[in-house]
Design a protein around this ligand. Sequence first.
Ligand SMILES: Cc1ncc(COP(=O)(O)O)c(C=O)c1O
Length: 393
Amino acid sequence: MKSFLVDQDGYYGEFGGAYVPEILHKCVEELKNTYLEVLESEEFKKEFDQLLRDYVGRPSPLYLARRLSEKYGCKLYLKREDLNHTGAHKINNTIGQILLARRMGKKRIIAETGAGQHGVATATVCALMNMECIVYMGKTDVERQHINVEKMKMLGATVIPVTSGNMTLKDATNEAIRDWCCHPSDTYYIIGSTVGPHPYPDMVARLQSVISKEIKKQLLEKEGRDHPDYLIACVGGGSNAAGTIYHFINDERINIVLAEAGGKGIETGMTAATIQLGKMGIIHGARTYVIQNEDGQIEEPYSISAGLDYPGIGPIHANLAAQKRATVLAINDDEAIEAAYELTKLEGIIPALESAHALGALKKMKFKANDIVVLTVSGRGDKDVETYLAFND
Ligand SMILES: Cc1ncc(COP(=O)(O)O)c(C=O)c1O
């Protein structure tokens, strides 16, 4: 049977792999040779599950959104990752990776962040485990997500503003990789999405797969069947989407819909719609679609949402799109904002700007009345209130 999960060599079809500078080769190999053994050990699973339950607050609810269902003519469930401790799905991954880092004897943790959610989630687990934490964040994002910057500092992390490029997620990731190259032996790099060299995309997908594991169980309880007709999630690097689809990925009864950031429109040049506009390239250690110019130089992406403002895409999703296993929609800034207001007014839930892109996809879909649709609300909107208000001024 065809599988959309990673193969033995770290590829998803022709996407993925590990393209790293020589100095990091040993670190990546070490990780590759360790992660599965640790993640599959009973001792790790016990500690991970316990923290997800008692610290993060899992399982996150699967909520039947009645008014939104009525509006879109289907049975729409929201997977409430916004209710997790620290406000997004990112914490599932950081808990798993810090437990792994500890087992590998690493002392110093570095991370990159866009919206700041991954930075906060990393700073949180470093406080919990008493480890040093350094977070790289583009200066543009430091400004537009300043509440998260203050949280990271309060949690004891050092936040380093990055001033290269257009000062967003790509640039923060470059700096984190540079740091890792300088401290390969004592430093563990907690990547926040299904990006980077193998084994990161697979590891992050596995750690986030708790989302689809819960969806299966919750749907069985609520609907008497363990699968939906549609799964919808936003994609920056792709971790909340990977977690949402993980246990359904090879079951073609289920339609997968991925919402990427259209920015001001895919034809305007101000966009982060990587799957639609990207060409094969290498970014941050993986072979995948990259928004690039004719010379192969990475183009600066744009999205109102800091967490989706990335010119690459996780190899798992690039392959799903290439194989036509997933439908990919570009949702523009204004469509996402409108969808965020709609969820707020109809259901009393203010979503993160990233999640608002997944909600924006609803308007572009045609459902049947008995379709069961599960949409992941990857995070809460507290960090984005100023952007919401400014957009509507
Ligand atoms: C709330 C939220 N959702 C989604 C994303 C996008 O990341 P990913 O595609 O890895 O889920 C981010 C990234 O910062 C985020 O903060």
